[in-house]
Design a protein around this ligand. Structure first.
Ligand code: ZN
Length: 634
Protein backbone atom coordinates (compact mmCIF):
# COMPACT_ATOMS: atom_id res chain seq x y z
CA UNK A 1 0.00 0.00 0.00
CA UNK A 2 2.94 2.27 0.31
CA UNK A 3 4.42 4.55 -2.24
CA UNK A 4 8.17 4.67 -2.14
CA UNK A 5 8.88 7.95 -0.35
CA UNK A 6 10.12 10.73 -2.60
CA UNK A 7 13.32 11.05 -0.56
CA UNK A 8 14.72 7.88 -2.03
CA UNK A 9 17.43 8.60 -4.52
CA UNK A 10 17.86 7.05 -7.92
CA UNK A 11 20.75 4.93 -6.66
CA UNK A 12 18.48 3.33 -4.12
CA UNK A 13 15.74 2.83 -6.70
CA UNK A 14 18.25 0.98 -8.84
CA UNK A 15 19.04 -1.11 -5.78
CA UNK A 16 15.37 -1.96 -5.38
CA UNK A 17 15.01 -2.80 -9.07
CA UNK A 18 17.99 -5.07 -8.82
CA UNK A 19 16.19 -7.17 -6.23
CA UNK A 20 14.34 -9.21 -8.80
CA UNK A 21 10.97 -7.49 -9.19
CA UNK A 22 12.13 -6.60 -12.66
CA UNK A 23 10.09 -5.81 -15.72
CA UNK A 24 11.43 -6.31 -19.25
CA UNK A 25 12.79 -2.79 -19.81
CA UNK A 26 14.62 -2.95 -16.51
CA UNK A 27 16.42 -6.09 -17.68
CA UNK A 28 17.42 -4.34 -20.86
CA UNK A 29 18.80 -1.48 -18.76
CA UNK A 30 20.73 -3.93 -16.65
CA UNK A 31 22.53 -5.38 -19.62
CA UNK A 32 24.02 -1.96 -20.20
CA UNK A 33 25.51 -1.90 -16.70
CA UNK A 34 29.14 -3.05 -16.55
CA UNK A 35 29.55 -6.71 -15.75
CA UNK A 36 32.59 -6.16 -13.56
CA UNK A 37 33.58 -3.16 -11.49
CA UNK A 38 36.08 -3.54 -8.66
CA UNK A 39 35.47 -1.15 -5.74
CA UNK A 40 37.98 -2.54 -3.21
CA UNK A 41 40.96 -2.41 -3.62
CA UNK A 42 40.37 0.97 -5.19
CA UNK A 43 43.45 0.72 -7.43
CA UNK A 44 44.48 -2.25 -9.62
CA UNK A 45 47.92 -2.29 -7.95
CA UNK A 46 48.27 -1.92 -4.16
CA UNK A 47 50.70 -2.63 -1.33
CA UNK A 48 49.82 -4.05 2.08
CA UNK A 49 51.46 -5.41 5.21
CA UNK A 50 48.50 -7.71 5.86
CA UNK A 51 48.52 -11.39 4.89
CA UNK A 52 45.18 -11.04 3.12
CA UNK A 53 43.16 -8.67 0.97
CA UNK A 54 39.36 -8.19 0.83
CA UNK A 55 37.99 -7.97 -2.71
CA UNK A 56 34.62 -6.23 -3.22
CA UNK A 57 32.94 -4.94 -6.34
CA UNK A 58 29.80 -4.60 -8.37
CA UNK A 59 28.41 -6.94 -10.96
CA UNK A 60 24.89 -7.92 -11.99
CA UNK A 61 22.82 -9.86 -9.45
CA UNK A 62 22.53 -12.89 -11.73
CA UNK A 63 26.27 -13.04 -12.52
CA UNK A 64 28.81 -15.53 -11.14
CA UNK A 65 32.08 -14.10 -9.87
CA UNK A 66 35.40 -15.85 -9.16
CA UNK A 67 38.08 -14.13 -7.12
CA UNK A 68 41.50 -15.80 -7.10
CA UNK A 69 39.99 -19.06 -8.37
CA UNK A 70 37.29 -19.24 -5.69
CA UNK A 71 33.64 -18.17 -5.96
CA UNK A 72 32.73 -14.79 -4.51
CA UNK A 73 29.34 -14.18 -2.90
CA UNK A 74 27.03 -12.15 -5.13
CA UNK A 75 24.10 -10.31 -3.51
CA UNK A 76 20.78 -9.02 -4.85
CA UNK A 77 22.24 -5.51 -4.94
CA UNK A 78 24.87 -6.71 -7.47
CA UNK A 79 27.63 -6.37 -4.86
CA UNK A 80 30.11 -9.25 -4.77
CA UNK A 81 32.64 -10.01 -2.03
CA UNK A 82 35.43 -12.37 -1.25
CA UNK A 83 36.89 -11.57 2.18
CA UNK A 84 40.45 -12.35 3.24
CA UNK A 85 41.97 -13.65 0.01
CA UNK A 86 45.32 -15.00 1.31
CA UNK A 87 48.50 -13.25 0.18
CA UNK A 88 52.00 -14.67 -0.18
CA UNK A 89 54.97 -12.44 0.63
CA UNK A 90 55.85 -10.26 -2.37
CA UNK A 91 53.83 -9.88 -5.56
CA UNK A 92 50.38 -11.51 -5.76
CA UNK A 93 48.18 -11.59 -8.84
CA UNK A 94 44.49 -12.08 -8.17
CA UNK A 95 42.28 -12.75 -11.16
CA UNK A 96 38.66 -11.63 -10.86
CA UNK A 97 36.23 -13.10 -13.39
CA UNK A 98 32.54 -12.23 -13.79
CA UNK A 99 30.30 -14.33 -16.02
CA UNK A 100 26.69 -13.81 -17.04
CA UNK A 101 25.20 -15.92 -19.82
CA UNK A 102 27.65 -15.70 -22.69
CA UNK A 103 29.35 -12.60 -21.36
CA UNK A 104 32.62 -12.80 -19.50
CA UNK A 105 34.88 -10.11 -18.10
CA UNK A 106 38.07 -10.39 -16.12
CA UNK A 107 40.62 -8.21 -14.35
CA UNK A 108 43.87 -8.87 -12.64
CA UNK A 109 44.61 -7.22 -9.32
CA UNK A 110 48.24 -6.88 -8.26
CA UNK A 111 48.76 -6.82 -4.50
CA UNK A 112 52.28 -6.49 -3.12
CA UNK A 113 52.63 -7.86 0.40
CA UNK A 114 55.52 -6.26 2.30
CA UNK A 115 56.89 -6.75 5.81
CA UNK A 116 55.69 -4.42 8.51
CA UNK A 117 58.26 -1.62 8.86
CA UNK A 118 59.90 -1.46 12.27
CA UNK A 119 58.92 1.44 14.51
CA UNK A 120 60.50 4.59 13.18
CA UNK A 121 63.65 5.03 15.16
CA UNK A 122 66.74 6.64 13.79
CA UNK A 123 70.10 6.78 15.56
CA UNK A 124 71.34 9.54 13.25
CA UNK A 125 72.69 12.62 15.08
CA UNK A 126 69.91 15.06 15.97
CA UNK A 127 69.34 18.43 17.57
CA UNK A 128 67.34 18.49 20.80
CA UNK A 129 63.76 19.59 20.25
CA UNK A 130 60.37 19.68 21.96
CA UNK A 131 57.15 19.82 19.92
CA UNK A 132 54.97 22.73 21.20
CA UNK A 133 51.82 21.27 19.58
CA UNK A 134 52.16 18.04 21.56
CA UNK A 135 52.32 19.69 25.00
CA UNK A 136 49.41 18.81 27.27
CA UNK A 137 47.30 19.83 29.05
CA UNK A 138 46.25 23.02 27.30
CA UNK A 139 44.17 25.88 28.68
CA UNK A 140 43.44 26.72 32.28
CA UNK A 141 44.18 24.27 35.09
CA UNK A 142 43.07 24.64 38.72
CA UNK A 143 44.11 22.13 41.38
CA UNK A 144 43.31 21.64 45.06
CA UNK A 145 45.87 20.00 47.38
CA UNK A 146 46.42 16.36 46.45
CA UNK A 147 44.75 16.59 43.02
CA UNK A 148 46.75 15.13 40.15
CA UNK A 149 47.50 16.51 36.71
CA UNK A 150 48.90 14.33 33.91
CA UNK A 151 51.36 16.29 31.75
CA UNK A 152 53.11 15.28 28.53
CA UNK A 153 55.22 16.44 25.61
CA UNK A 154 56.91 14.87 22.56
CA UNK A 155 60.53 15.51 21.68
CA UNK A 156 63.85 13.98 20.64
CA UNK A 157 63.81 10.31 21.76
CA UNK A 158 66.09 8.86 24.41
CA UNK A 159 66.84 12.07 26.36
CA UNK A 160 66.12 13.45 29.84
CA UNK A 161 62.75 15.23 29.94
CA UNK A 162 61.35 17.28 32.82
CA UNK A 163 58.55 19.71 33.61
CA UNK A 164 57.83 22.34 36.22
CA UNK A 165 54.93 24.45 37.45
CA UNK A 166 55.93 28.06 38.17
CA UNK A 167 59.48 28.33 39.46
CA UNK A 168 59.23 25.11 41.50
CA UNK A 169 61.86 22.45 41.00
CA UNK A 170 61.98 20.43 37.79
CA UNK A 171 60.10 17.11 38.00
CA UNK A 172 60.81 14.02 35.90
CA UNK A 173 58.90 12.87 32.82
CA UNK A 174 59.07 9.21 31.84
CA UNK A 175 59.53 8.19 28.21
CA UNK A 176 57.15 5.64 26.74
CA UNK A 177 58.80 2.78 24.85
CA UNK A 178 57.41 1.31 21.64
CA UNK A 179 55.28 -1.72 22.56
CA UNK A 180 56.80 -3.95 19.82
CA UNK A 181 60.40 -2.84 19.46
CA UNK A 182 60.88 -1.32 22.98
CA UNK A 183 62.80 1.53 21.31
CA UNK A 184 62.37 5.06 22.73
CA UNK A 185 59.40 6.93 21.22
CA UNK A 186 60.11 10.51 22.28
CA UNK A 187 56.72 10.61 24.05
CA UNK A 188 57.36 11.84 27.59
CA UNK A 189 54.68 11.72 30.32
CA UNK A 190 54.55 12.77 33.97
CA UNK A 191 52.22 13.56 36.85
CA UNK A 192 51.99 16.66 39.01
CA UNK A 193 50.47 16.44 42.49
CA UNK A 194 49.20 19.77 43.84
CA UNK A 195 50.97 20.67 47.10
CA UNK A 196 49.15 21.40 50.35
CA UNK A 197 48.97 24.83 51.92
CA UNK A 198 49.64 27.08 48.92
CA UNK A 199 47.34 29.43 47.05
CA UNK A 200 49.24 30.58 43.95
CA UNK A 201 48.91 31.27 40.31
CA UNK A 202 48.26 31.37 37.53
CA UNK A 203 51.67 29.73 37.09
CA UNK A 204 53.27 28.76 33.78
CA UNK A 205 53.84 25.12 32.82
CA UNK A 206 57.28 24.52 31.27
CA UNK A 207 59.01 21.52 29.74
CA UNK A 208 62.76 20.92 29.47
CA UNK A 209 64.79 18.40 27.50
CA UNK A 210 68.44 17.71 28.31
CA UNK A 211 70.90 15.60 26.32
CA UNK A 212 71.42 12.13 27.75
CA UNK A 213 75.01 11.04 28.45
CA UNK A 214 76.58 9.82 25.18
CA UNK A 215 77.27 6.43 26.83
CA UNK A 216 73.53 5.94 27.57
CA UNK A 217 71.83 7.59 24.59
CA UNK A 218 71.71 5.77 21.24
CA UNK A 219 71.45 9.21 19.59
CA UNK A 220 74.28 11.72 19.41
CA UNK A 221 72.99 15.22 20.11
CA UNK A 222 74.35 18.07 18.03
CA UNK A 223 73.87 21.73 18.96
CA UNK A 224 72.66 22.89 22.42
CA UNK A 225 72.56 20.26 25.17
CA UNK A 226 69.37 21.69 26.70
CA UNK A 227 66.10 23.16 25.35
CA UNK A 228 63.06 24.46 27.22
CA UNK A 229 59.46 24.95 26.09
CA UNK A 230 57.16 27.50 27.73
CA UNK A 231 53.50 26.52 27.19
CA UNK A 232 50.43 28.74 27.27
CA UNK A 233 48.97 26.50 29.99
CA UNK A 234 48.39 28.29 33.29
CA UNK A 235 48.13 26.39 36.56
CA UNK A 236 46.36 27.87 39.58
CA UNK A 237 46.81 26.21 42.96
CA UNK A 238 44.05 26.46 45.54
CA UNK A 239 45.04 25.88 49.17
CA UNK A 240 41.86 24.07 50.19
CA UNK A 241 40.80 26.67 52.75
CA UNK A 242 38.00 28.17 50.64
CA UNK A 243 34.77 26.83 49.22
CA UNK A 244 34.40 27.34 45.45
CA UNK A 245 30.94 27.01 43.91
CA UNK A 246 29.48 26.98 40.41
CA UNK A 247 25.81 27.06 39.38
CA UNK A 248 24.24 25.25 36.42
CA UNK A 249 22.97 27.73 33.86
CA UNK A 250 20.94 25.55 31.51
CA UNK A 251 18.63 22.58 31.72
CA UNK A 252 19.98 19.06 31.25
CA UNK A 253 23.51 19.66 32.47
CA UNK A 254 25.24 16.27 32.51
CA UNK A 255 27.90 15.42 35.10
CA UNK A 256 30.30 12.67 34.01
CA UNK A 257 32.34 10.31 36.17
CA UNK A 258 35.71 11.12 34.59
CA UNK A 259 37.49 12.97 31.81
CA UNK A 260 36.87 10.75 28.81
CA UNK A 261 35.16 11.08 25.49
CA UNK A 262 32.38 8.74 24.47
CA UNK A 263 30.69 9.02 21.09
CA UNK A 264 27.19 9.25 22.52
CA UNK A 265 28.04 11.18 25.70
CA UNK A 266 27.89 10.07 29.32
CA UNK A 267 27.30 7.89 31.20
CA UNK A 268 26.19 10.59 33.62
CA UNK A 269 26.37 10.64 37.40
CA UNK A 270 23.41 13.01 37.22
CA UNK A 271 21.65 15.27 34.74
CA UNK A 272 20.68 18.54 36.40
CA UNK A 273 18.25 21.39 35.76
CA UNK A 274 19.40 25.01 35.95
CA UNK A 275 20.32 26.80 39.20
CA UNK A 276 21.79 23.75 40.93
CA UNK A 277 24.89 24.70 42.93
CA UNK A 278 27.98 22.47 42.78
CA UNK A 279 31.12 22.52 44.91
CA UNK A 280 34.26 22.45 42.72
CA UNK A 281 37.86 21.64 43.63
CA UNK A 282 39.64 22.19 40.33
CA UNK A 283 39.51 22.50 36.58
CA UNK A 284 41.11 20.56 33.70
CA UNK A 285 40.43 20.36 29.94
CA UNK A 286 37.52 22.79 30.15
CA UNK A 287 35.78 20.82 32.90
CA UNK A 288 35.26 21.63 36.56
CA UNK A 289 36.06 18.88 39.05
CA UNK A 290 32.95 18.54 41.21
CA UNK A 291 32.93 17.20 44.79
CA UNK A 292 29.45 15.67 45.19
CA UNK A 293 30.17 14.11 48.58
CA UNK A 294 33.47 13.44 50.41
CA UNK A 295 33.73 10.14 48.50
CA UNK A 296 31.99 10.87 45.20
CA UNK A 297 33.29 13.21 42.50
CA UNK A 298 32.25 14.16 38.97
CA UNK A 299 33.13 16.55 36.13
CA UNK A 300 31.03 19.24 34.47
CA UNK A 301 31.76 21.34 31.37
CA UNK A 302 32.71 24.94 32.25
CA UNK A 303 30.27 26.07 29.54
CA UNK A 304 27.31 24.66 31.46
CA UNK A 305 27.95 26.55 34.70
CA UNK A 306 28.80 29.99 36.07
CA UNK A 307 31.05 30.70 39.06
CA UNK A 308 29.58 32.11 42.26
CA UNK A 309 31.54 34.66 44.35
CA UNK A 310 34.19 33.09 46.58
CA UNK A 311 32.78 32.98 50.11
CA UNK A 312 29.23 32.02 49.08
CA UNK A 313 28.14 29.34 51.57
CA UNK A 314 27.51 25.96 49.95
CA UNK A 315 23.89 24.81 49.78
CA UNK A 316 22.83 21.98 52.05
CA UNK A 317 19.56 20.08 51.94
CA UNK A 318 17.51 18.37 54.61
CA UNK A 319 13.79 17.72 54.63
CA UNK A 320 11.48 16.37 57.30
CA UNK A 321 8.44 15.58 55.16
CA UNK A 322 7.94 13.55 51.99
CA UNK A 323 4.45 13.45 50.43
CA UNK A 324 3.29 10.55 48.29
CA UNK A 325 0.05 10.99 46.36
CA UNK A 326 -1.26 11.26 42.87
CA UNK A 327 -3.37 13.08 40.33
CA UNK A 328 -5.31 11.84 37.30
CA UNK A 329 -2.10 11.27 35.34
CA UNK A 330 0.39 9.71 37.69
CA UNK A 331 1.61 9.10 41.21
CA UNK A 332 3.75 11.87 42.66
CA UNK A 333 6.50 11.99 45.27
CA UNK A 334 7.09 15.53 46.57
CA UNK A 335 10.32 16.40 48.35
CA UNK A 336 11.15 19.84 49.75
CA UNK A 337 13.84 21.43 47.52
CA UNK A 338 13.85 25.19 48.13
CA UNK A 339 15.83 27.61 45.93
CA UNK A 340 18.38 28.12 48.75
CA UNK A 341 19.14 24.37 48.91
CA UNK A 342 19.52 23.38 45.27
CA UNK A 343 22.04 20.57 45.75
CA UNK A 344 22.79 18.08 42.95
CA UNK A 345 20.61 14.98 42.71
CA UNK A 346 20.14 11.96 40.49
CA UNK A 347 17.14 9.74 39.74
CA UNK A 348 17.82 6.11 38.85
CA UNK A 349 15.30 3.41 37.91
CA UNK A 350 16.23 -0.01 39.25
CA UNK A 351 14.70 -3.02 41.02
CA UNK A 352 14.01 -3.41 44.73
CA UNK A 353 12.81 -6.20 47.02
CA UNK A 354 11.09 -9.17 45.33
CA UNK A 355 12.03 -7.83 41.91
CA UNK A 356 9.61 -4.91 42.19
CA UNK A 357 10.42 -1.75 40.25
CA UNK A 358 12.17 0.96 42.24
CA UNK A 359 13.30 4.54 41.70
CA UNK A 360 16.24 5.90 43.67
CA UNK A 361 16.46 9.65 44.25
CA UNK A 362 19.94 10.53 45.52
CA UNK A 363 20.80 13.94 46.98
CA UNK A 364 24.47 14.99 47.34
CA UNK A 365 25.14 17.58 50.03
CA UNK A 366 22.28 16.58 52.31
CA UNK A 367 21.54 14.88 55.60
CA UNK A 368 18.68 12.62 56.63
CA UNK A 369 16.04 14.47 58.68
CA UNK A 370 12.82 12.80 57.49
CA UNK A 371 10.29 11.87 60.16
CA UNK A 372 7.07 12.02 58.15
CA UNK A 373 6.39 10.20 54.87
CA UNK A 374 2.70 10.54 54.14
CA UNK A 375 1.22 7.97 51.73
CA UNK A 376 -2.14 9.07 50.30
CA UNK A 377 -4.55 6.59 48.68
CA UNK A 378 -4.39 8.70 45.49
CA UNK A 379 -1.03 6.96 44.87
CA UNK A 380 -1.81 3.85 42.82
CA UNK A 381 1.52 2.63 41.45
CA UNK A 382 3.75 3.32 44.49
CA UNK A 383 3.83 0.82 47.33
CA UNK A 384 6.15 2.62 49.74
CA UNK A 385 8.61 5.50 49.93
CA UNK A 386 11.48 5.41 52.44
CA UNK A 387 14.51 7.59 53.18
CA UNK A 388 18.03 6.62 54.30
CA UNK A 389 21.53 8.10 54.47
CA UNK A 390 24.00 5.63 52.96
CA UNK A 391 27.07 7.90 53.36
CA UNK A 392 28.23 11.30 54.53
CA UNK A 393 26.36 14.11 52.71
CA UNK A 394 24.35 11.54 50.75
CA UNK A 395 20.59 11.05 51.27
CA UNK A 396 18.60 8.47 49.32
CA UNK A 397 14.82 8.44 48.79
CA UNK A 398 13.67 4.98 47.74
CA UNK A 399 10.42 4.78 45.78
CA UNK A 400 9.21 1.17 45.77
CA UNK A 401 6.52 0.29 43.25
CA UNK A 402 3.77 -2.25 43.74
CA UNK A 403 4.52 -3.91 40.38
CA UNK A 404 7.64 -5.27 38.71
CA UNK A 405 7.19 -2.98 35.73
CA UNK A 406 7.83 0.74 35.78
CA UNK A 407 5.91 2.47 32.95
CA UNK A 408 7.85 5.73 33.05
CA UNK A 409 8.90 8.59 35.28
CA UNK A 410 9.64 12.31 35.09
CA UNK A 411 11.43 14.68 37.43
CA UNK A 412 10.18 18.28 37.84
CA UNK A 413 11.60 21.09 39.93
CA UNK A 414 8.82 23.40 41.14
CA UNK A 415 9.26 26.59 43.17
CA UNK A 416 10.00 24.75 46.41
CA UNK A 417 9.95 21.05 45.63
CA UNK A 418 11.42 18.24 43.62
CA UNK A 419 8.53 16.20 42.27
CA UNK A 420 9.07 12.71 40.85
CA UNK A 421 6.13 11.59 38.72
CA UNK A 422 5.65 7.85 38.46
CA UNK A 423 3.55 6.77 35.52
CA UNK A 424 0.73 4.31 36.01
CA UNK A 425 0.22 1.18 33.89
CA UNK A 426 -1.84 1.71 30.73
CA UNK A 427 -5.21 0.06 30.28
CA UNK A 428 -4.55 -2.90 27.99
CA UNK A 429 -7.30 -4.37 25.81
CA UNK A 430 -8.64 -7.69 27.12
CA UNK A 431 -7.69 -10.95 25.43
CA UNK A 432 -8.29 -12.16 22.75
CA UNK A 433 -7.77 -8.61 21.40
CA UNK A 434 -4.17 -7.58 20.76
CA UNK A 435 -2.80 -5.70 23.79
CA UNK A 436 -1.65 -3.11 21.21
CA UNK A 437 -5.27 -2.15 20.54
CA UNK A 438 -5.90 1.45 21.60
CA UNK A 439 -2.27 2.17 22.56
CA UNK A 440 -0.18 5.05 21.22
CA UNK A 441 3.32 4.03 20.08
CA UNK A 442 6.03 6.63 19.35
CA UNK A 443 8.42 5.74 16.51
CA UNK A 444 11.69 7.20 15.32
CA UNK A 445 13.22 6.50 11.92
CA UNK A 446 16.88 7.22 12.72
CA UNK A 447 18.78 10.11 11.06
CA UNK A 448 17.18 12.20 8.27
CA UNK A 449 17.55 15.19 5.98
CA UNK A 450 20.51 16.01 3.73
CA UNK A 451 22.76 16.73 6.72
CA UNK A 452 22.21 13.46 8.56
CA UNK A 453 21.99 10.49 6.17
CA UNK A 454 23.42 7.99 8.71
CA UNK A 455 25.58 5.06 7.62
CA UNK A 456 26.26 4.36 3.94
CA UNK A 457 25.59 0.88 2.63
CA UNK A 458 28.09 -1.07 0.53
CA UNK A 459 25.97 -0.60 -2.62
CA UNK A 460 25.39 3.10 -1.93
CA UNK A 461 22.12 2.90 0.02
CA UNK A 462 21.65 5.31 2.92
CA UNK A 463 20.65 4.45 6.44
CA UNK A 464 18.03 7.21 6.73
CA UNK A 465 16.15 5.74 3.75
CA UNK A 466 16.37 2.19 5.07
CA UNK A 467 15.12 3.39 8.47
CA UNK A 468 12.32 5.39 6.80
CA UNK A 469 11.08 2.37 4.85
CA UNK A 470 11.28 0.18 7.96
CA UNK A 471 9.35 2.63 10.14
CA UNK A 472 6.67 3.09 7.46
CA UNK A 473 6.26 -0.68 7.39
CA UNK A 474 6.29 -0.91 11.21
CA UNK A 475 3.69 1.86 11.50
CA UNK A 476 1.44 0.09 8.99
CA UNK A 477 1.64 -3.20 10.91
CA UNK A 478 1.06 -1.55 14.31
CA UNK A 479 -1.95 0.36 12.97
CA UNK A 480 -3.36 -2.93 11.67
CA UNK A 481 -3.24 -4.14 15.31
CA UNK A 482 -5.26 -1.12 16.43
CA UNK A 483 -2.42 1.09 17.69
CA UNK A 484 -2.01 4.80 16.94
CA UNK A 485 1.39 6.03 15.78
CA UNK A 486 3.28 9.18 16.74
CA UNK A 487 6.21 9.80 14.39
CA UNK A 488 8.95 11.84 16.05
CA UNK A 489 10.76 12.23 12.70
CA UNK A 490 8.19 12.40 9.93
CA UNK A 491 9.23 12.22 6.27
CA UNK A 492 12.83 13.17 5.59
CA UNK A 493 12.96 15.82 8.33
CA UNK A 494 15.93 16.06 10.70
CA UNK A 495 14.81 17.41 14.10
CA UNK A 496 17.50 17.55 16.83
CA UNK A 497 17.82 14.49 19.03
CA UNK A 498 16.48 16.54 21.96
CA UNK A 499 13.43 17.53 19.91
CA UNK A 500 12.80 13.88 18.99
CA UNK A 501 12.90 12.88 22.67
CA UNK A 502 10.63 15.80 23.60
CA UNK A 503 8.08 14.80 20.94
CA UNK A 504 8.02 11.24 22.28
CA UNK A 505 7.64 12.41 25.89
CA UNK A 506 4.91 14.92 25.07
CA UNK A 507 2.92 12.40 23.06
CA UNK A 508 0.70 10.18 25.15
CA UNK A 509 2.64 7.18 23.84
CA UNK A 510 3.04 4.05 25.98
CA UNK A 511 6.26 2.92 24.26
CA UNK A 512 9.04 4.48 22.20
CA UNK A 513 10.76 2.46 19.48
CA UNK A 514 13.70 3.83 17.46
CA UNK A 515 14.78 2.12 14.26
CA UNK A 516 18.37 2.30 12.96
CA UNK A 517 20.81 0.23 10.92
CA UNK A 518 24.31 -0.62 12.09
CA UNK A 519 27.79 -0.19 10.63
CA UNK A 520 31.10 -1.89 11.46
CA UNK A 521 34.71 -1.52 10.36
CA UNK A 522 35.28 -3.49 7.15
CA UNK A 523 39.07 -3.75 7.18
CA UNK A 524 39.06 -7.39 8.27
CA UNK A 525 36.30 -8.34 5.84
CA UNK A 526 32.91 -7.16 4.60
CA UNK A 527 31.07 -10.21 5.90
CA UNK A 528 32.88 -10.45 9.24
CA UNK A 529 30.34 -8.45 11.29
CA UNK A 530 26.64 -9.02 10.75
CA UNK A 531 23.44 -9.54 12.64
CA UNK A 532 20.64 -7.82 14.44
CA UNK A 533 20.69 -6.13 17.84
CA UNK A 534 18.53 -4.21 20.30
CA UNK A 535 19.46 -1.44 22.75
CA UNK A 536 18.08 0.13 25.89
CA UNK A 537 19.29 2.54 28.54
CA UNK A 538 17.22 1.90 31.66
CA UNK A 539 16.51 -1.36 33.45
CA UNK A 540 12.75 -0.93 33.04
CA UNK A 541 13.12 -1.17 29.23
CA UNK A 542 15.26 -4.29 29.37
CA UNK A 543 12.50 -6.89 29.09
CA UNK A 544 10.80 -5.08 26.20
CA UNK A 545 14.10 -4.94 24.27
CA UNK A 546 14.75 -8.59 25.11
CA UNK A 547 11.32 -9.68 23.84
CA UNK A 548 11.90 -7.86 20.52
CA UNK A 549 15.45 -9.22 20.25
CA UNK A 550 14.20 -12.79 20.77
CA UNK A 551 11.60 -12.45 18.00
CA UNK A 552 14.07 -10.78 15.62
CA UNK A 553 16.48 -13.70 15.95
CA UNK A 554 13.74 -16.28 15.57
CA UNK A 555 11.89 -14.72 12.64
CA UNK A 556 14.65 -13.10 10.55
CA UNK A 557 17.34 -15.79 11.08
CA UNK A 558 19.86 -12.97 11.20
CA UNK A 559 22.96 -13.46 13.34
CA UNK A 560 22.91 -12.26 16.94
CA UNK A 561 24.66 -9.01 17.80
CA UNK A 562 23.15 -8.80 21.29
CA UNK A 563 20.63 -6.99 23.48
CA UNK A 564 22.77 -4.08 24.65
CA UNK A 565 22.11 -2.25 27.92
CA UNK A 566 23.24 1.13 29.29
CA UNK A 567 23.09 2.52 25.75
CA UNK A 568 23.35 6.31 25.66
CA UNK A 569 21.81 7.34 22.31
CA UNK A 570 20.00 10.52 23.30
CA UNK A 571 16.39 9.82 22.34
CA UNK A 572 16.60 6.52 24.25
CA UNK A 573 18.30 8.10 27.27
CA UNK A 574 16.19 11.26 27.17
CA UNK A 575 12.83 9.47 27.07
CA UNK A 576 12.05 8.26 30.62
CA UNK A 577 8.28 8.72 30.49
CA UNK A 578 7.83 5.32 28.81
CA UNK A 579 9.84 2.19 28.15
CA UNK A 580 12.13 3.06 25.22
CA UNK A 581 14.38 0.94 23.05
CA UNK A 582 16.25 0.94 19.75
CA UNK A 583 16.60 -1.66 17.00
CA UNK A 584 19.74 -1.82 14.86
CA UNK A 585 18.16 -3.88 12.11
CA UNK A 586 21.37 -5.28 10.59
CA UNK A 587 24.70 -3.97 9.20
CA UNK A 588 24.87 -1.45 6.36
CA UNK A 589 28.59 -2.34 6.15
CA UNK A 590 27.79 -5.96 5.32
CA UNK A 591 26.55 -6.47 1.73
CA UNK A 592 24.49 -9.51 2.70
CA UNK A 593 22.71 -7.64 5.53
CA UNK A 594 22.30 -4.58 3.29
CA UNK A 595 20.64 -6.58 0.50
CA UNK A 596 18.23 -8.06 3.05
CA UNK A 597 17.30 -4.63 4.43
CA UNK A 598 16.58 -3.43 0.87
CA UNK A 599 14.28 -6.41 0.24
CA UNK A 600 10.63 -5.38 0.95
CA UNK A 601 9.66 -8.94 1.90
CA UNK A 602 12.50 -9.25 4.37
CA UNK A 603 11.64 -5.84 5.80
CA UNK A 604 8.03 -6.90 6.35
CA UNK A 605 9.22 -10.01 8.23
CA UNK A 606 11.64 -8.00 10.31
CA UNK A 607 9.02 -5.44 11.34
CA UNK A 608 6.58 -8.27 12.03
CA UNK A 609 9.18 -9.59 14.48
CA UNK A 610 9.30 -6.18 16.19
CA UNK A 611 5.50 -6.09 16.45
CA UNK A 612 5.43 -9.68 17.72
CA UNK A 613 8.09 -8.85 20.35
CA UNK A 614 6.07 -5.85 21.57
CA UNK A 615 2.93 -8.00 21.71
CA UNK A 616 4.73 -10.77 23.63
CA UNK A 617 5.92 -8.26 26.20
CA UNK A 618 2.54 -6.49 26.49
CA UNK A 619 0.76 -9.83 26.84
CA UNK A 620 3.07 -10.74 29.72
CA UNK A 621 2.30 -7.35 31.29
CA UNK A 622 -1.44 -7.90 30.85
CA UNK A 623 -1.18 -11.27 32.61
CA UNK A 624 0.96 -9.85 35.42
CA UNK A 625 -1.58 -7.06 36.00
CA UNK A 626 -4.45 -9.58 36.16
CA UNK A 627 -2.52 -11.74 38.64
CA UNK A 628 -1.75 -8.66 40.71
CA UNK A 629 -5.42 -7.59 40.85
CA UNK A 630 -6.62 -11.08 41.88
CA UNK A 631 -3.82 -11.19 44.51
CA UNK A 632 -5.14 -7.92 45.96
CA UNK A 633 -8.72 -9.24 46.09
CA UNK A 634 -7.77 -12.39 48.02
ZN1 ZN B 1 21.89 5.07 12.98
Amino acid sequence: MFQIPRVITSSLLLGVLALGTISAPAVAQQDEKPLLQILDPEKPATTTTRDYVNVMGRTRPEAKVQVGGKPAKVFATGIFVRDQVPLAMGRNEIVVIAESGTQRESRTLVVERVTKPAAEFSTAPQRLQLDPKSASPTGEVILSPGEELIVGVNGTPGQIAEFRVGKDRWLPLVEQLDADSTTPTGRYRGVYVAPAGVERGPLPLEFRLRAQLPKVSPIRITGPKEVTLATKTKVTLWDGTKVHLVRTRSNEVGLVHGLHEVRLGGPYVCVLPENVVLRVTGKQSGNWHVALTPTLDAWVSEQDVEMLPVGTPPPHLFFTIVSVGGDELSDTVSISYPPTSRVPFSVTPTFGPEGRAQLLVDFYGAHHATTWISHRPTAKAIREVSVEQPAREHVRVKIDLASKQLWGYLTEVTTNSLVVRVRRAPVLADAPASPLKGLVIALEAGHGGPANPGARGVSGSREKDINRMAVDELARQLQAKGATIVEVRPGDSNPTLGERARRATESSATLFISIHANWADQSRGYLRVSGTSTYYKYSFSRDLADAIHTRLLEMTKLGDFGNVGNFNYYPIRGVTWMPSMLVEQAFMSNPEDEAKMLDPEFRATMMKAVVQGIEDWLTAQREAMKAHISEKKE
